[in-house]
Design a protein around this ligand. Structure first.
Ligand SMILES: C=CC1=C(C)c2cc3[nH]c(cc4nc(cc5[nH]c(cc1n2)c(C)c5CCC(=O)O)C(CCC(=O)O)=C4C)c(C)c3C=C
Ligand SMILES: [Fe+2]
Ligand SMILES: [Fe+2]
Length: 349
């Protein structure tokens, strides 16, 4: 094979599965959490059903959890969450923002990796496109090695490990498996910290107010998961410590909080919504929130922070509130993904 056949990254478009195999390409599959196909009851129920049936997400014994999930939660939560998704829906493409942004990240990452013999694609852990389908498409297109990149800067079993689980599960059905690598977390990578710091500084420069406090709000997990050994909380704390150092900010100026509680158990604290309320009540008038644990804007950033927490702030006496966009497909965001991929492909390219 000519050397030129190996060079140049591309993206894998649906339908290319049957294309003539190009030998010895490397697949790079970026994977985020996933979203419902629509905001009405049944698409929401299907999505939440798949998500909340994952043993990595809900560790309650099945005999207790499945009746509660199927009889109670899946009859009420689809309506409530559907309304929230409707308020942020990308109506032009009729899809959730997480999908739009992940696709754009995949396309821009392919361009950034053009000098390498890689095929870049994207998938979702829940909903579409599924990890197994896109992995198979990569193999059919001639990839004999695949790097799976769970799009989470901080490792949690409920996010990173469950992506890896489904990738390895997909290989179980293949006679000729590709070699599979999974990318580790990048919570302390200088390129990531720098991209976050730049995004904060750039965003604050666009505001007509100076926040007195900035929250670094991460998705929470139950405290019990951390007690069982999940490194997630420590990695969130380390990200914020490095970010403060990079910005030269104090612990009072950049505060760590955890959002998106689900269920009745105790989750990581301090809670974002309670902190926003307390800050407003204590007389803070101007604040901003950055969400470093999300590689892309989604329901939890756009609706929960951008709408719900903004309202909490205003209702309790706050005046100016701003949600800082995630790194998304910005130059800084793509630089982070490129950094992770190039590092993890060492020895393969
Ligand atoms: C970024 C890391 C995330 C962790 C850690 C995480 C843990 C976790 N989440 C739930 C329950 C829900 N999360 C939901 C949405 C959601 N969660 C993340 C990321 C993490 N979750 C993202 C990116 C999203 C948004 C997806 C989108 O389409 O925009 C939802 C669905 C929405 C809702 O009904 O509230 C649930 C439910 C648990 C239980 C958990 C840890 C164990
Ligand atoms: Fe979540
Ligand atoms: Fe939420």
């Amino acid at each position: 094979m000519a050397a030129g056949d190996l060079a140049g990254s591309d993206t894998l478009t649906p339908g290319s599965e049957g294309a003539a195999a190009r030998a010895r390409r490397i697949g790079v599959l970026i994977v985020n959490l996933g979203s419902p196909d629509g905001t009405s009851y049944w698409p929401m129920r299907r999505y939440l059903g798949e998500f909340l049936s994952d043993r990595r997400v809900i560790e309650v014994p099945r005999a207790l959890w499945l009746p509660l999930l199927n009889l109670v939660i899946l009859s009420v939560r689809p309506q409530k969450s559907g309304k929230a998704y409707a308020s942020i829906w990308n109506t032009a493409l009729d899809e959730a923002p997480l999908k739009t942004i992940t696709r754009a990240q995949s396309e821009k990452l392919a361009t950034a990796l053009q000098d390498l013999p890689v095929t870049v694609d994207w998938a979702m852990r829940y909903g579409k496109p599924p990890v197994a389908e896109r992995l198979k498409a990569m193999v059919d297109a001639g990839c004999d090695r695949v790097l799976v990149v769970p799009l989470y800067p901080q490792y949690a079993a409920a996010t990173t490990a469950t992506v890896n689980d489904v990738a390895f599960d997909a290989l179980k059905t293949m006679r000729r498996q590709p070699a599979l690598r999974t990318a580790p977390n990048w919570h302390d990578d200088p390129v990531y910290i720098d991209a976050l710091a730049t995004s904060i500084i750039d965003h604050l420069a666009t505001l007509d107010f100076e926040p007195e406090v900035v929250l670094a709000s991460f998705h929470g997990v139950p405290v019990e998961y951390v007690q069982k050994g999940d490194p997630y909380a420590d990695q969130c704390r380390e990200t914020v410590r490095l970010l403060r150092a990079r910005l030269g900010w104090s612990e009072e100026r950049l505060r760590l909080t955890f959002q998106s509680r689900f269920g009745k158990a105790e989750w990581l604290q301090p809670y974002t919504d309670k902190t926003v309320e307390a800050l407003a009540k204590s007389g803070v008038k101007r604040m901003a929130v950055v969400m470093p644990g999300f590689a892309a804007d989604c329901l939890e950033t756009l609706e929960e922070i951008g709408e719900e927490n903004a309202e909490i702030f205003h209702e309790n006496g706050g005046e100016d509130f701003s949600a800082i966009p995630c790194l998304n497909d910005s130059a800084g965001g793509i630089a982070v993904l490129e950094r992770v991929v190039r590092r993890e492909l060492e020895g393969w390219v």
